[in-house]
Design a protein around this ligand. Sequence first.
Ligand SMILES: Nc1ncnc2c1ncn2[C@@H]1O[C@H](COP(=O)(O)OP(=O)(O)OP(=O)(O)O)[C@@H](O)[C@H]1O
Ligand SMILES: [Mg+2]
Length: 712
Amino acid sequence: MSLVKSESSAPIADAFKNLKPLLHHDQYPDNNVFNGKPYSEKFFDILKVRQNLPVYAQREEFRTKLAQSQVLILVGETGSGKTTQIPQFCLYDGYAADGKLIACTQPRRVAAMSVAQRVADEMDVKIGDECGYTIRFDDCTSDQTQLKYLTDGMLLREATFDRLLSRYSVIILDEAHERTVATDVLIGLLKALLPKRPDLKVVVMSATLDAGKFQKYFNGAPLMKVPGRLHPVEIFYTPEPEKDYLEAAIRTCVQIHVAEPAGDVLLFLTGEEEIETACETIQNQIDLLGKRVGPVLVVPLYSSLTPQQQQRIFDKAPEPRTEGGLPGRKIVVSTNIAETSLTIDGIVYVVDPGFCKQNIFNPRTRVESLLVTQISKASCNQRAGRAGRTRPGKCFRLFTEESFRALQEQTYPEMMRTNICNVVLHLKKLGVEDLVHFDYLDAPAPETMMRALDLLHYVGALDDEAELTKIGDLINEFPLDPQLAKMLIASPKHGCSEDICTIVAMLSVPPVHIKASGEKKIAAERAREKFKHDDGDHLSMLHVYNAFINNKQDPKWCRDLYLNHRSLKSATNVRDQLVRLMNKAKLPLVSMKPDDPYYYINIRKALCEGFFSQVAHLERNQYVTVKDQQIVTLHPSTFLNTKPEWVVYNEFVLTTKQYIRTVTAIRGEWLVDIAPHYYDLRTYPEGQTKQTLQRLFDQKRFAVAAKKNESK
Ligand SMILES: Nc1ncnc2c1ncn2[C@@H]1O[C@H](COP(=O)(O)OP(=O)(O)OP(=O)(O)O)[C@@H](O)[C@H]1O
Ligand SMILES: [Mg+2]
């Protein structure tokens, strides 16, 4: 779109008056506008690709539309260049010229990191200099940074420190269709912020957005559409429904390798276990075909892998075995973390069985569980969009076209199906008084809101008037779940904050014990046993970490004991950051001697400070969770080999059974001491647990009375 002189040219000119563009259109000078260095050859190679992207043709339209409106909704096909180009357009148009930043949010960490790297390459700068990223526990930005990719959760955290988000001139909410809790809250906040920050621009972006809904919400914001993509993607359906999607997925990957021309494969599955099984089976089946087919590299991708392990998806496919031999192929098997934003160079084939795991919170039972569910049409479209990015692609959907048509259009907003404790705390910190009438794009269920308020009240974050308390303020300082943060805050009182920092760090990183199969299985299990603590898993985690430090973080020591060095290394990093936050909050760092009889007891008490609501009681040889009375089983991974009367757990896992994972023995009397308000028997459901608690309360009352008498 060109600017023509018309009656409207005055307001248009006005709209641009504060902008000092770095670059007009494609006139790249000899030297890099950011660092003054000559451009590299790679820069010009990438530039050619960029200039062919559909969004590039609409650069002028974007410039004008954004200048004229505070909010812009942008819908462009997958691969049209939204995530990589739009933030750069803002940059070159001068939005960061006066020291302000351009932010582009991503729902997932892998995407934030890899897109930032790509854009740094496109700008021909070092990552972390003018273009960087911020994800939880990893900040790769500097004073020079002008364009920052960050997870939506991180931007939300920043808003609690700087309510006006004054460092930013443009905020781009990418992949808005995913409707993560963090994006939804940001949307609500930004709407409220816009009148207070007339200089702030907001772009809401996605490939598959219900644009009308967003336009209406933002008071009639304009829409920009970007049709077209660089390369086409052909879609295939199965003629009949598949009975076993995992088996069908594995078979399809093997068939692609046997029958299709060169090009890497991306298969979507639902979770870690399934992915590891698929990787192994695909590799074995292809190995059996011997020299009749080319070599393969099968790589898993899921969120509990370390960022470095996740980077393996970008490795090159293997070379042919002999010169001129059959081409090698890479097969990436991933959860839906590869569904949006990512470009994995070389992917030509996408295999989509149509399922993912979704977090579903049941406010009645207070149980949050990951359930395998069918994906939406929007997700199917995003998945197909991972093919055909660097050349034409194919997407094999392992379901019929009819069942595709029956899928729901959009993913159900996360806000309406998960635990929203952190959201409530954030909103409170942001000064939102009336949580119920906050202008949500879609409001959470009232019952979910009540549950969140309840839990925050019990951990002491909110007072009786639902106002933020000092503890609530402190909890907000930590980028953690309120329960973990509460545990840290209460730990100095029990003389074990050093140890609790370690346990929280270990709970925040991918599992440290490597599972082995085949011959190595027994050796791996034996190695794991070395760190066992009879009282439970949290204490075993502490053992592993301390042994790692005592062995000078030696990678060989880790290998010998089947420990994941990278995970442990990131635990040290997370722990350092927690220690810094503890210091900042003036919470003392203390620890007792490990041979002190109270050492482990106090740590276990501190666990109860945060997790008193995640406790199970043994009744007639089975565990029942407190209050909501769900029957649960100890997860097979636990180190506990007895059945203590009371246990505290970190996670509720629903598979074929209801499991509790990461479990430690505690005593009922501690609960009565630490959380008497939660265990208020007047509101407690009838049953064996209530009777036991009643006895414990009575004992406590007698003890207090006896003490009083003694002192008389
Ligand atoms: N890491 C990369 N390596 C090679 N090419 C890339 C890379 N990242 C992006 N590209 C190229 O840039 C194009 C646009 O990518 P971009 O991520 O900006 O698209 P998008 O519109 O945001 O897509 P989506 O809706 O899927 O997120 C890709 O299709 C690809 O051609
Ligand atoms: Mg994108």
